[in-house]
Design a protein around this ligand. Structure first.
Ligand code: SF4
Ligand code: SF4
Length: 115
């Protein structure tokens, strides 16, 4: 019994560490992609032309760290942006190159870079 409890606790601690890890790495990417964009606008304009696929409207990139207050969902469960026409440029530019992915949702995003 004691062993089971300690196993469950270890699992819980592991899950918490995982969540913190995801949260911190997402925050870092959010900060990094802004800085990168400021200094590499021309490069981003070129690299985003290589972006393939489509947005699946899962909304995961809008809540990669903290959920954006403008994110909502329609009756089909597809994400909607309340300020779509005025959304920040960096939202429409996600992901702007092959490194610009939140690692925990990279595989489920509808966009990809082949090169
Ligand atoms: S994670 Fe990818 S597929 Fe999902 S909403 Fe963002 S850009 Fe679209
Ligand atoms: S402003 Fe819109 S597109 Fe940008 S993160 Fe928020 S919900 Fe997503």
């Amino acid at each position: 019994m004691t062993e089971l409890i300690s196993r469950l606790e270890i699992k819980k601690v592991h899950q918490i560490i995982q969540r913190v890890d995801i949260f911190c790495s997402a925050l870092l990417l959010q900060a990094w992609r802004r800085i990168y964009y400021i200094f590499n606008k021309q490069e981003v304009r070129v690299s985003i032309k290589e972006r393939a696929g489509n947005c699946l409207r899962c909304g995961r990139c809008c809540q990669a760290s903290i959920r954006c207050k403008n994110l909502c969902y329609d009756e089909k469960g597809l994400s909607l942006c309340k300020v779509y026409d005025q959304r920040p440029q960096l939202c429409s530019l996600y992901p702007y190159n092959k490194n610009d992915f939140f690692f925990h949702i990279r595989e489920t995003c509808g966009y990809h870079y082949d090169n």
